[in-house]
Structure formats: structure tokens, C-alpha cells
Ligand binder design. Sequence first.
Ligand SMILES: [Zn+2]
Length: 326
Amino acid sequence: MMIQQIGNRGCLTAILLIALWSSSTVFAKSPAAIFIIVDGIPADVLENTSTPVLDSIAGKGGYTRAYVGGEIGGESQSPTSSAIGYNNLLTGTWANKHNVYDNQVNDPNYAYWDIFRVAKEHDPTLQTAIFSTWTDNRTKLIGDGLKEAGGNKLDYVFDGFELNVERFPHDLQEHYIRAIDDLVTDEAARYIESNGPDLSWVYLEYTDAVGHNYGDGPEMTAAVQYMDGQIGKIWSAVQKRQQAYDEEWMIVITTDHGRDAKTGQDHGNQSERERTTWIVTNSDDLNERYYQTPAIVDILPSIAAHLKLEIPENIRNQLDGQSFID
Ligand SMILES: [Zn+2]
């Protein structure tokens, strides 16, 4: 009816508009992904703390409780400790496969590919980046450049500051870690906005330091609020990127473990609070898996799905997780 009223010219316009719409669906936006691990924040602490940035990201996608630790009493049971949790995420497998059982990371099993290796094997031109307070994350867990880990190198590396004691003297209350987190955050935001790497990992450690030093209480709440502000800088960079370029970004923020129920200072065991984590994402392609308490090992297949990475069948078959996006 509308077309008849506006005549033939309107008809042509309508046809042109339809043609334009079809071509834009053919040339889909190029995907990019960033995952952020903020260390040792129990789900109940996050839920009881004001975090406007995480809320706004979750408003576009979702917030869910999640879990770490594998199957209690089963062969996949994994300590609720830091390096183990990161590697659960990085490889999409539990500790019985990736073989990292403590923070020393003595003998990781690189037969279980990490997400960066999956990306590089799919397409060596994909740009990868890490921004981290803990150098072992790159040198040991990812095995950056190691032949036995595939020999790939991350394209952009920003880490190692915890080893620079002249610039960041180690104080007992570990304020130096917050200072490094700030540096890491600012550089991640700057680099993402200017370079838009295809796949990035940001790791922030200060919340775990506060947990160990103070346990549950106002200090931990303040550290979580501070972290939210740091995420805000990175989220702002992602949004600017999406405004300036034809890119579709997936951001995933999670933690590597909860903490003990009694004090909130410890972790490593299989109590419910230590196993209970959370995931925030801006993805609006979430499927039912996301709302049925996903595991940290589900993040790799989800990011791979967003980036449309082809995972070799033998690697795919050994994954313990499944995608929470369609
Ligand atoms: Zn941790």
C-alpha cells in the first residue's frame, strides 16, 4: 500500500534499500574477541557489589553464575587455583588433560591447544595480544614461541612488570599489583582502540591479592569496584572500535575461582563457594547453555564460535566445554 502511494520512484527506492540490506548481510562484520580474567572474585561478592560497567555489558548480553574445579571426585577434578583456572579457560579442558595442577606450571601438556594456537592454526594472519600482570601466563601456559606448543608467537605482548622491582617495589599489601593492573588496563584500552587485535587476553590480579590479605569485607568490595572501573576503560575502547570500524566484538569477563566461605582469604579446594564463579558477556547470541551454569571450559568453544575458528577434529574432540553462543 505504501509503495503504491509513493509511486514508481518509491518502488525503486524500496528495491534499492532491499538490495543494500542484502549486501550488508552478505558482507558480515569482522569478528573480534577479548577475554578478561579478574582474579579470585566469588560470585556472591560480585553480586553484592555495585559494578555499573559490568552491569552495562551484561545488559547487552548476560550475567551468569558459572563453575570451575571439574567434576568433584572425578578424574577431571581440578584445584580451584589460579594458573589451573586460567589454563582451563585457555585450553577448554580440565587439569587431568592440560596437566597444570599448581601455580608453578612445571609440565603443561601442550597437546591440548590453547585458544591462541587454535586461532593461529586457523589463520596465521589473525592478530593476537596479551596484557597481563603475570608473565608465566604467556611463557608457560600459552608456551609463547615454544616449539612443543606449536611455535606461534603472540603478535603483541604487554607483561613482565611484576619482575621489575625497581619500577614496582613489592610492598606487603601488594599495592604494586594494583599499579601494574592499572598500567596493563591502560595499555589494553589504548592498543585495542588503535589496533583492534582479533583475539586478546587481559589478566588483572589485584582482587586476588586483596582477598588473600583481607578476606571478605570492605577492602575486597573496594577492589571489585576498582576493577569495574578498569574494565570500563577497556569496554569504552571496544565500543569506540565498533563505532569506527565494521567489527563485531565479543567481550567475556570471568574469574578463575571463588574463595573459602569462612574467611574469603583462601581457595584451592572444592567447596561450593570456591567452585562458584561467574561470566559476563556482551554477546546477544547466548543459548540455553549460558543459563544452565556453564563451566570455565565453555569459554574457548564460545569465543571460537564467535571468531568462526575451525578447530581441527582431534582438538575439538578432546574439549571438555561446549559453546554458550549460537
Ligand atoms: Zn586466582
